[in-house]
Design a binder for this molecule. Sequence first.
Ligand SMILES: CC(C)(COP(=O)(O)OP(=O)(O)OC[C@H]1O[C@@H](n2cnc3c(N)ncnc32)[C@H](O)[C@@H]1OP(=O)(O)O)[C@@H](O)C(=O)NCCC(=O)NCCSC(=O)CCC(=O)c1ccccc1C(=O)O
Length: 274
Amino acid sequence: MTQWTAVEGQAFTDILYDRTEGIARISINRPHVHNAFRPETLVEVMKALRHARFDPEIGVVILTGVGGKAFCSGGDQRVRGDDGGYKDEEGVHHLNALDLQREIRTCPKPIVAMVAGWAIGGGNVLQLLCDLTIAADNARFGQTGPRVGSFDAGFGAGILARTIGVKKAKEVWFLCRQYDAQQALEMGWINTVVPLERLEEETVAWCRQMLTLSPTALRVLKAAFNADSDGAAGIQELAGNATALFYMTEEGQEGRDAFLEKRAPDFSRFRRRP
Ligand SMILES: CC(C)(COP(=O)(O)OP(=O)(O)OC[C@H]1O[C@@H](n2cnc3c(N)ncnc32)[C@H](O)[C@@H]1OP(=O)(O)O)[C@@H](O)C(=O)NCCC(=O)NCCSC(=O)CCC(=O)c1ccccc1C(=O)O
């Protein structure tokens, strides 16, 4: 059994944020609505995710839902307003699941979705955008948009098509059916299925295995997997890794040192590699 400790100084209302060695866990905590999110929920998830990103002791993040019956059932329909989004407590309308989607993709640490029960609507899109998905045998996946007057024509359509194929993605969105964990596994929608009682153990084992590997290699690979589907922003993310690595070389540092020492740079000792 993994021992989790609440992260100090991080108090939330809609989520739980805790950690064990090297792993941060963010859990949507609204089980009375199958972990549907409201704008405030997403603000809290992003805050915790940023905290985990900048914590040097954290190498992997788990995103999950409390209660064993749902990962997340998407946007909370009870706070969906008439002015283009979901209403926060001040009455301001948001579509800030889109902000979280981008933050999941640009977080340089692997994010693992740990899915028990429903991953539906915007909840399915969140698990889809996580780098890996470990599902319990009670997990069920699907989109409901065309039934409830919504759609995600961004990552929710495009990345689903890349993941399970265009025909299958159209089936998911056009028919609004639900798929069990075994069907999702067969489509390549998720990575593995385990009995519910083994879900946490298996997820933590996958995380621990990643923690033994090169963080830089994982970081650059994550950027690489997203680069083409993120367009110029994806190339920027990938290229930023190249710049960071170059700054760590003597060749890169020679340019900086020459400027600071007010002399011409001498790059002659650096090889022109084939
Ligand atoms: C998930 C179900 C299929 C589960 O069915 P069942 O097991 O029978 O449970 P229920 O009795 O239906 O549910 C229990 C309880 O939870 C409430 N509930 C469940 N889901 C939601 C929800 N999404 N919002 C509010 N409340 C919910 C339900 O009403 C029950 O409460 P009671 O008080 O007991 O009545 C089934 O529950 C279901 O189909 N749920 C709805 C799923 C859904 O349609 N989700 C929304 C899809 S649209 C979406 O997520 C868009 C959001 C988004 O990410 C987005 C997309 C594109 C651009 C921007 C955005 C963005 O930023 O938001």
